[in-house]
Design a protein around this ligand. Structure first.
Ligand code: AMP
Length: 274
């Protein structure tokens, strides 16, 4: 039977009575098949599976969608139950944060480029909450999606920098049949906007094809992506290595091509790992 737990202390106490490996999947809820693949892999690889659902206020900037972010408690509980989750952690913000407390700050450069440039301070909030969650759960492994590539890189590096004993497992992006990367925010899209949004995954697929034809100059690839995205509002197109340093030429097995575009009022992220 899945247990639903609401406070950090209660989860720590419950996990103290467990033995074996612990797999952890942190989420903001409104669970979709992308989340499910993370949970299912965690189930296969660990004795105990913990999923958290927490719409973390500190990673939202003023004026962003904290208040309207989709919340689907009942459906999420069902999905977790069906995926044989042992503990669903559903904390309130008040039990996660105290007033005037210490926090983690994202690196000066790589926390403030790309997504961090569009949303300055966002990754401070992400790293702080992930540090808190990892300390509460103390998992053997934690599962993250490559769709949020910059987040994944920053979390992996934080774990290394702070000598934390957790294995970070990266999972491929799950897509709709037509290529759209699954995201909890896709519910904001009208059917017109959804069609427009397809340009994003299409442009990345096209980049992959160019690389297969041995066209590896970043400029050329980014120009092609921009042309396909037209007339969407593009926040960034970037070609970086796995450490998120911009590179002039694609390096096989060490490149990520990233796009963020705004469709209607919705920011959509996608990327392809080369
Ligand atoms: P979120 O609830 O959006 O914060 O996402 C929770 C976790 O699920 C993060 O590690 C995301 O990278 C991952 N995730 C989100 N969308 C997808 C997707 N389409 N495919 C795979 N993983 C995803």
């Amino acid at each position: 039977m899945m247990k639903i737990i609401q406070t950090p202390d209660a989860l720590k106490a419950a996990l103290q009575n467990e033995s074996g490996t612990v797999g952890f999947v942190p989420t903001m809820g409104a669970l979709h098949s992308g989340h499910r693949t993370l949970i299912e892999r965690s189930r296969r690889e660990n004795d105990v599976v913990v999923v958290s659902i927490f719409v973390n206020p500190t990673q939202f900037l003023e004026g962003e969608d904290l208040g309207s972010y989709p919340r689907r408690k009942e459906a999420d509980e069902k999905i977790c139950e069906l995926s044989k989750v042992d503990y669903l952690f559903y904390p309130e913000a008040a039990s996660m944060y105290a007033r005037d407390e210490a926090g983690i700050t994202a690196p000066d450069v790589r926390g403030y480029i790309l997504e961090g440039r569009s949303r300055p301070g966002h990754f401070d909030g992400v790293l702080t909450v992930v540090m808190k969650l990892l300390n509460i759960v103390n998992p053997t492994r934690a599962y993250f999606g490559k769709k949020d590539a910059q987040q994944l890189m920053l979390i992996s590096e934080m774990v290394r920098s702070f000598f934390m004993d957790v294995e970070i497992v990266a999972m491929d992006t799950v897509r709709e049949d037509d290529g759209l990367a699954l995201s909890s925010r896709n519910v904001y899209l009208s059917s017109e906007e959804r069609k427009e949004a397809l340009k994003i995954s299409f442009s990345l697929k096209r980049a992959g094809k160019l690389i297969m034809q041995n066209i590896k100059a970043s400029d050329r690839i980014m120009a092609e992506i921009h042309a396909i995205l037209e007339p969407l509002e593009v926040e960034y197109v970037a070609v970086v290595n796995r450490r998120f340093e911009p590179i002039e030429h694609v390096e096989i097995d060490n490149t990520i091509i990233l796009v963020e575009a705004v469709v209607g009022k919705t920011r959509l992220l996608d990327n392809i790992w080369i």
